[in-house]
Design a protein around this ligand. Structure first.
Ligand SMILES: [Zn+2]
Length: 77
């Protein structure tokens, strides 16, 4: 690995977390009422089923980043 700026090979390669997306499923008021009805109708059984669902997915993006120890130049590969 050689720095494109100063041609030094004193480059540190590391991984950087660029973005964390937490995806929440859009559930409004209507869903709350509907869920409540389902809980009542199924005598609370729905709560057990509903628990496994409704999870938020967190997506983490990792990028490989090179940092030149000589001039401080930073670039992604
Ligand atoms: Zn450099």
């Amino acid at each position: 690995m050689v720095c494109p700026k100063c041609q030094s090979n004193n480059v540190m390669v590391t991984t950087e977390t660029t973005g964390m997306h937490t995806r929440n499923r859009g559930r409004g008021c209507l869903w709350g009422i509907g869920r409540l009805c389902l809980i009542v109708c199924t005598c609370g059984l729905w709560l057990l089923i509903g628990k496994s669902k409704g999870k938020s997915n967190t997506k983490v993006n990792n990028k490989t980043v090179c940092i030149c120890q000589n001039c401080g130049n930073k670039w992604y590969i």
